[in-house]
Design a protein around this ligand. Structure first.
Ligand code: ZN
Length: 203
């Protein structure tokens, strides 16, 4: 069996996305203790010598911490991962419909409905032509902008062509402004890392 990569969430951890920003702020533990009673308990992790707050700051997520005795602590990692997941899902629900709408206007191609919903690991989008409805996986917000757009445009192209025949790929090429099959091949080479990484964050 292949080993899955192990990710540790700590101050070296960065989210690579136009729409997500995670900052790590270290402060001394005395200041952090004074802040404690003013915080809502959901935003605090305080166990076994590990003390972290999280707060939303506009579109960013801040983790504020004092000296952490053990980043690899299982409960701490679980807490950090849940906070990241909440943040990513919240941003995806705002950003993806907005971005899709910009692309709809640009290409004069409109869906009736867009739904943001977790799909199976290797499924990033779906289109129901009869209902003119597009479903997007929130995990695509973790992709570079160009790849994220190409997933959205792929589903939008299915509004006209509900199959993967040549007419579909030709139409998608006009939306992308480049050869859609070459674009997909290029993207596929980087996707296995992405699937593992996004699965770790959002499963
Ligand atoms: Zn397709």
């Amino acid at each position: 069996m292949r080993n899955k990569p192990i990710y540790i969430i700590n101050p070296n951890f960065r989210l690579q996305s136009n729409y997500l920003s995670v900052e790590w702020i270290i402060i001394d533990s005395l200041t952090l203790q004074i802040e404690l009673p003013q915080r809502d308990t959901m935003s605090i992790y305080n166990k076994g010598g590990n003390l972290v707050f999280y707060q939303r700051y506009g579109d960013c997520l801040h983790f504020i911490y004092a000296e952490i005795s053990d980043w690899e602590n299982r409960l701490l990692q679980k807490w950090l991962r849940n906070k990241l997941k909440e943040y990513i899902l919240d941003r995806a629900n705002k950003v993806l419909p907005q971005r899709m709408h910009e692309l709809e206007i640009k290409h004069c191609l409109y869906a009736r409905k867009i739904i943001i919903k977790q799909l199976k690991k290797h499924v990033l989008g779906q289109c129901y032509k009869d209902f003119q409805t597009i479903i997007l996986s929130p995990r695509i917000i973790l992709l570079p902008q160009k790849n994220m757009d190409s997933i959205i445009l792929h589903e939008m192209a299915h509004l006209k062509f509900p199959h993967h025949r040549k007419t579909f790929w030709n139409f998608l090429s006009t939306l992308l402004g480049e050869d859609s099959i070459l674009q997909k091949e290029r993207m596929d080479t980087t996707m296995s890392t992405f699937y593992n990484y996004s699965d770790f964050l959002l499963k």
